[in-house]
Design a binder for this molecule. Structure first.
Ligand code: ADP
Length: 490
């Protein structure tokens, strides 16, 4: 049994902007099922509603030394399923705001480096008061990366924290936390460490880079993304530092919350179904076509897309080919997403050009997302890069065969269809070109019409794949043991 302290800026259900929050909400309960003791430490943001999340204040304030100042925080204890304690750090000036990282006009809070270095430091400080001695401190992304530095610079001789190993998880290397060096005194890691190999980055402080340097072990959320971030193109400036880690930089796939995403027990979809009884999937397809204004055609393959319209997701390439696809192939499209205004306009106008064959909803709609996962035949993700990706994992479980660019977690979780053996769980392409995307959609569509018996095998196989949190938790358990070994110099 290990004692694990997780420090993070997000955790479902308290605060979420992205996949990091899902991981921090789901991994600790899965670890506790494996018999480990876990506590989670997050900020108490202004919007965290204590009437929705019962919590009790701890009796003592937490004094945290930052630069030459003493900050004072209050701490509240709540919990995650499985009785995992969650400690929320209250510091009104820094966290009592309506946003996590930016204001309503999307301007980053200028004091973010102070807010999150305080969180990292306060999280460690709180460990001194916990009823156990941590074996591992697990931190996430740039926001808490510096806890690994504080461990080594400040707590190396502490009987409680000194022996703890550290693990830094990178959820998306595009966000590194780069800030002016004027914040460095406050962060308090000493000028000798403001070096290009450690925390300095062209005159700025780089939080993630510092974390990579100091963490005993670093991981990202899929093995292929780990390899991609080791290359100049994928590492966004940090590839040399990740390469320096050698085998101390690994990939561990995220899990999926099958309590919310399983077609045999999904209260949001029109009909339940399973790999052994697929009748409900046809009901879901008919209902989806009807709801989105598509022709109700059971025999026309339906391609679903649910996505943020962001450069990362490659939908600009879909925009280049979708007209040609709709003109040349017997196929329907159902698109749900929002983001980039040009893509919102493009996909918003698509149904007008192909009434009954293309449908789109511009916005965020969780129920419709479930309907598309259940009702579509194929699910398209032409991502430029994808650290892990969730939607392809949902699609597999819903028997909605993924058509994906083989990058990051998409490469690791979708198995290429083999026409000669009917092996595989989806359709992959490698080059993000209009031609490759067009041809791969064509391959899926022709398989639908020409090899329906193959398709059925793929659907059943896809539905049987297991990307549960139990699997990921085993990966993290091994990582924690490795981080502890590295810490002990083995
Ligand atoms: P990312 O986290 O990069 O956006 P993922 O595939 O990992 O991509 O996760 C996306 C999650 O957000 C999925 O749960 C997906 O269903 C959901 N999602 C994205 N866009 C929408 C939308 N417009 N409406 C509903 N759900 C959405």
């Amino acid at each position: 049994m290990l004692n694990i302290v997780m420090i993070a800026s997000e955790c479902v259900p308290f605060a979420k902007t992205g996949g990091l929050a899902d991981v921090v909400g789901a991994l600790p309960p899965a670890l506790s099922v494996l018999g480990h003791r876990v506590v989670v430490i997050i900020p108490k943001y202004g919007f965290v509603d204590s009437s929705l999340h019962p919590m009790r204040p701890l009796p003592n304030p937490l004094g945290v030394r930052m630069g030459n100042m003493q900050e004072w925080c209050a701490v509240h204890e709540a919990s995650l399923p499985g009785k995992v304690p969650v400690y929320l750090i209250e510091h009104d000036l820094y966290f009592g705001r309506p946003g996590l990282y930016h204001d309503a006009a999307l301007n980053d809070y200028v004091d973010n480096p102070r807010r999150f270095s305080l969180l990292a430091r306060a999280g460690l400080q709180l460990c001194q008061d916990l009823p156990f001695r941590p074996d591992v401190v697990h931190v996430h992304d740039w926001q808490t990366a510096l806890a690994t530095a504080y461990l080594k610079v400040w707590h190396w001789d502490s009987p409680i924290l000194g022996p703890a190993g550290s693990l830094l998880t990178i959820h998306n290397i595009g966000y590194q936390g780069k800030y002016p060096s004027s914040h460095y005194e406050y962060i308090g890691l000493g000028w000798p460490n403001f070096e290009p190999d450690i925390l300095e980055d062209y005159g700025q402080i780089n939080f993630l880079k510092g974390g990579i340097h100091y963490a005993d072990l670093v991981n990202t959320v899929s093995p292929t993304y780990a390899n991609e971030t080791r290359t100049p193109g994928g590492g966004m400036g940090l590839a040399p530092y990740l390469n320096n880690k050698g085998d101390r930089y690994i990939g561990i796939l995220n899990g999926v919350d099958y309590t919310h995403w399983d077609p045999s027990a999904d209260p949001l979809i029109p009909a339940a179904y399973s790999a052994t009884d697929l009748a409900g999937k046809s009901v879901c397809k008919r209902a989806l076509q009807d709801r989105m204004g598509l022709q109700v055609e059971p025999q026309v393959p339906l391609v679903g897309v649910i996505s943020r319209f962001a450069h990362q997701k490659g939908l600009d390439v879909l925009a280049q080919v979708v007209d040609g696809v709709l003109q040349q192939m017997v196929v329907q499209f159902a698109v749900l997403g929002s983001g980039d205004p040009a893509l919102e306009t493009f996909f918003g106008a698509l149904p007008g050009r192909y009434p009954g064959r293309a449908a789109s909803v511009i916005g965020y709609d969780n129920e419709l997302a479930h309907w598309i996962e259940a009702g579509a035949d194929f699910f398209l993700m032409p991502s430029r890069y994808e650290p892990c990706g969730l939607n392809q994992l949902y699609s597999l479980r819903y028997g909605t065969l993924p058509i994906v660019r083989a990058t990051g977690g998409l490469a690791d979780t979708v198995e290429q269809y083999d026409q000669s053996t009917a092996a595989g769980t989806g359709f992959k392409f490698w080059d993000l070109t209009a031609q490759a995307l067009h041809d791969t959609i064509g391959w899926a569509v022709s398989t639908y019409f020409d090899r329906p018996h193959h398709l059925l095998q793929l659907v059943r196989r896809a539905m049987s794949r297991d990307f549960s949190w139990e699997q990921s938790a085993l990966g993290y358990q091994a990582a924690y043991l490795r981080a502890m070994e590295i810490k002990r110099g083995r």
